[in-house]
Design a protein around this ligand. Structure first.
Ligand code: PMP
Length: 446
């Protein structure tokens, strides 16, 4: 038996299934840049970095060095009980990432994207004195009770654990599948904005609503952005009614979409910003940036977590920002994103099972459809990602039938082209019925 199987069989005895979405029978041993190596020595090109939390790639030397240096000096579960220069420096760097004057913003730390979104809910309620929270169908805001209550992307997230928190309402997201045949962008925006307003006109008093939480580009929902003009309308509505606007940048922030924040694509001016995942290049850390007066609305220990903002995470986060800047990774994401856009657009002209293709920087959702019905084909998607895996490319699916393309932003163009060659071959083999059927723990959708 190969080592991969041995370890997975052993782990399966002890590790409960609800804690992981199994995609591959693989145990990762090491990583360098965009390449991961398993315990049997097989190499994979990592195209799912935003899931594995490394926009800066695996084992970036500058980040490794920063973690080592900090660990030699001090490892402690600050910043819940006292300040350190590392954490203080990070706070001063993070406020500079907010729009406008850094002095207008403050920050709190967390350990995960989920608790960052919980913090948003707390501060929004604390500041406005209002109970209700509005979010979008297709949103993934996290796995704690607050952030699950704002999420709506998988029944398994809320199945059997209800009731979820009261005061949470969902509105439809203007995703491509909602668009009528030949509907113009302007008409689509109008119709979806009318649907957005419907709850507020019928049962949800706007003046009792604290916050509208958005993923400007939905990540786990399929890498989907609304047409131009839609977010402006939502933002104006929030503004008119004294409702805060919170952006969840946990998945799409930190350069992923070719701008530092995904909300920059839409000219939004959020009141609260959640970040996490890649902000410390794989070391647990999240944060919320909020306007000063909002962040001063609660007192300790309303949002204290013992390990949040600890020095090692903070050192990794500072090094991450340094790498993003010194290696110009935001521009790199835009540049290589264009290369990827050209590749997938070309594949779409070759293969009729490729539906909508959406890329924003090195970040994409590629729908796999049944050409006869035009509907998403989960089984085909699953077969494709299994065979990509067997050929050394790690990709996963979103909502069952969308290929998720999110390589580390440091990926070398040669590795990207190597991945494209393999993807093209797997697409061709799919058409010719030559792909292997998935087996083992391989997972269909979620
Ligand atoms: N928000 C978004 C947009 C996410 O994609 C995720 C993770 N998929 C989260 C929040 C939750 O982050 P975490 O898993 O670190 O709690």
């Amino acid at each position: 038996m190969v080592k991969n199987d041995e370890i997975l069989n052993q782990e399966e005895q002890h590790f409960a299934g609800a804690g992981r979405v199994y995609y591959f029978d693989v145990v990762i041993e090491s990583g360098k840049g965009a390449i991961l190596t398993d315990v049997d020595g097989n190499e994979y090109i990592d195209l799912l970095a935003s899931a594995s939390a490394t926009n800066t790639g695996h084992a970036h030397p500058k980040i490794v060095k920063a973690i080592q240096k900090q660990a030699e000096n001090l490892v402690h579960y600050t910043a819940a009980y006292f300040a350190t220069s590392t954490e203080a420096k990070l706070a001063s760097e993070l406020v500079k990432l907010a729009p406008g004057n850094p002095d207008d913003w403050m920050v709190v730390y967390g350990n995960s994207g989920s608790d960052a979104n919980d913090a948003i809910i707390k501060f929004a309620r604390g500041y406005t004195g209002r109970p209700n929270v509005v979010s979008f169908v297709g949103a993934y805001h996290g796995s704690t009770y607050g952030s699950i209550s704002a999420s709506a992307v998988s029944l398994n997230m809320s199945r059997k654990i209800g009731p979820l928190l009261p005061g949470f309402y969902k509105v439809p997201f203007p995703s491509p599948d909602k668009r009528l045949v030949n509907e113009s962008d302007a008409d689509f925006v109008e119709r979806m904005f009318a649907a957005f307003k419907e709850p507020f006109e019928n049962y949800l008093p706007a003046e009792e609503t604290a916050v509208i939480m958005i993923e400007p580009i939905q990540g786990d929902g399929g890498i989907i952005a609304p047409p131009a003009g839609y977010w402006d309308k939502v933002a104006s509505f929030a503004h008119e009614h004294g409702i805060l606007l919170a952006v969840d940048e946990v998945n799409q922030g930190y350069g992923r979409t070719g701008t530092f924040w995904s909300f920059e694509h839409f000219g939004l001016k959020p009141d609260l910003i959640a970040m996490g995942k890649s902000m410390a290049s794989g070391i647990p850390l999240s944060a919320v940036l909020g306007r000063r007066e909002i962040m001063q609305s609660l007192q300790a220990p309303a949002n204290v977590y013992t390990t949040a903002g600890n020095v090692v995470s903070a050192a990794a986060a500072l090094a991450t920002l340094d790498v993003i800047k010194s290696e110009d990774l935001v521009a790199q994401s835009a540049k290589l994103g264009q290369v990827a856009q050209n590749f997938f657009a070309h594949e779409k002209t070759q293969f009729n099972f490729i539906g909508d293709v959406r890329l924003y920087g090195l970040n994409g959702g590629i729908d796999i459809i049944n050409p006869k019905t035009g509907l998403g084909d989960e089984q085909a998607t699953n077969t494709i990602i299994y065979n990509l895996f067997k050929n050394g490319v790690l990709m996963i699916s979103l909502r069952g039938s969308t290929l998720r393309f999110q390589p580390p932003l440091v990926i070398k163009e040669a590795d990207l082209q190597r991945a494209f060659t393999i993807i093209h071959q797997v697409f061709e083999d799919f058409v010719n019925g030559k792909l292997k059927e998935p087996n083992g723990r391989h997972h269909i959708g979620w």
